[in-house]
Design a protein. Structure first.
Length: 404
């Protein structure tokens, strides 16, 4: 993605042309970038030869899941819907892990029937429920136990999951108790220790700390785990400050760790796989003067891309066509929804914008479309992908009639 003669180009195609043909707002993905991210992830961790399970909640588009599966990844799912869609997309059950704090009886039963790789459990009551269902089905079920390592991921508090005040995983004491319990169960087979300390992590330190905690607890448990699931969370460079997550450094630490315990590593990356490969193209409906700034009212809103409203997340905004005329006003980019949090960014010295101009919101491949809703009865927007210089619609724009 770059500019050529002042035009924003994605994989050789003009964003302006794409917008004209498929209308706005529009999610647009680059297959090239997706593949690049997957290759980069695989290469960085080559020395530990992990099972890589794509976190489906970051983007659950059917076409993308199929492509991601074809590129060799498995799936990390958090609901029966995501599990069914992953299977339907051709991802093999032995490459699927099921995470989440509240799996229902129905979800557990379905997962057992499908013989997935692991159900990663997060509480004593959930383990008892799985055991009960397994007993009724006369089956032995492979499970993992998710540890809450009480490590600060040093990320946005809303996407931190590994501190003791977070609902995820079990405490160290409970973990050890549960290892003993499951060891003696006839219908459960303990296979995995899992963790996931949060998302958009850009430093190595939190992961290093987490590895130390895991090391200690494995030694204490005196149990050999066939799998260690280290979760996802590797951050991406949203603000283009050249702050990339250092995969190589992490892989060296993991390599050392693996040597001690001889376990197979599982990863559950979402954002680092799909985040940078998607943009949102949107059109300016109006530019409106405020007291101290101008509001650029876009046709995209928080229901299409919720991250800024939900987490105060930052996404770079760029013009589709550069005009080299700086605006004297501060611009606040907002959507048309009746909520004050329906805003994307406030930018000084953006180029002068007018009605009908097109802009791009960057790095929205992860937690963009998957977090979208019909709030304000707005139809879900379309998704397209560019693959081998061809565009294809991978999810149609909902019509108003769909909603009536
Ligand atoms: C959300 C989630 C992930 C993916 O996190 P990313 O930051 O997108 O890599 C992985 N594992 C679990 C259990 C999750 O909840």
């Amino acid at each position: 993605m770059k500019y050529k003669a002042n035009n924003f180009i994605i994989d050789g195609l003009k964003a302006e042309k794409i917008a004209k043909k498929y209308h706005t707002p529009l999610y647009c993905y680059s297959y090239k970038d997706l593949k690049k991210n997957i290759d980069n992830f695989k290469n960085s961790f080559k020395n530990v030869d992990p099972i890589i399970c794509f976190s489906v909640k970051s983007n659950s588009n059917k076409f993308l899941l199929k492509e991601i599966g074809k590129l060799g990844l498995g799936a990390d799912v958090v609901s029966i819907g995501e599990l069914m869609r992953s299977l339907k997309s051709g991802i093999k059950p032995n490459k699927i892990v099921f995470s989440g704090v509240g799996k229902t009886t129905n979800e557990i039963s379905y997962a057992i029937n499908q013989k997935i790789l692991l159900i990663n459990t997060e509480s004593r009551s959930e383990i008892l429920e799985i055991e009960k269902i397994a007993k009724l089905k006369k089956k032995i079920v492979n499970i993992g136990i998710r540890l809450n390592p009480n490590t600060d991921a040093n990320t946005l508090s809303q996407i931190s999951t590994g501190k003791k005040e977070n609902k995820f995983g079990v405490s160290k004491k409970t973990f050890l108790d549960l290892v003993n319990y499951v060891k003696n169960s006839k219908n459960l087979r303990l296979k995995c220790l899992s963790v996931h300390i949060g998302s958009q992590i850009l430093e190595n330190r939190p992961y290093e700390k987490m590895l130390k905690v895991i090391e200690k607890i494995i030694k204490k448990s005196k149990f050999r785990f066939e799998y260690i699931d280290l979760g996802g969370g590797m951050g991406i460079d949203y603000e283009k400050k050249n702050k990339h997550y250092n995969f190589k450094k992490y892989s060296l630490s993991i390599k050392k760790f693996v040597k001690k315990f001889n376990s197979k590593i599982i990863f559950e990356p979402g954002r680092s796989i799909i985040g940078s490969s998607g943009i949102l193209i949107s059109k300016v409906i109006y530019v409106k003067e405020g007291y101290k700034k101008d509001f650029v009212i876009l046709d995209a809103a928080m229901n299409d891309l919720m991250r800024p409203a939900l987490y105060n997340a930052k996404h770079i905004i760029l013009p589709v066509k550069k005009n080299n005329k700086k605006s004297k006003k501060i611009y606040e980019f907002v959507g048309p929804i009746c909520e004050s949090t329906d805003k994307f960014s406030t930018i000084k010295k953006f180029q002068k914008l007018n009605k009908k101009d097109l802009i791009i919101i960057c790095d929205v491949g992860a937690y963009g479309m998957s977090l979208s809703s019909n709030y304000n009865l707005r139809p879900k927007i379309a998704e397209v992908i560019i693959k081998n210089s061809k565009i294809r619609v991978i999810s149609k724009r909902q019509s108003i009639n769909n909603l009536m």
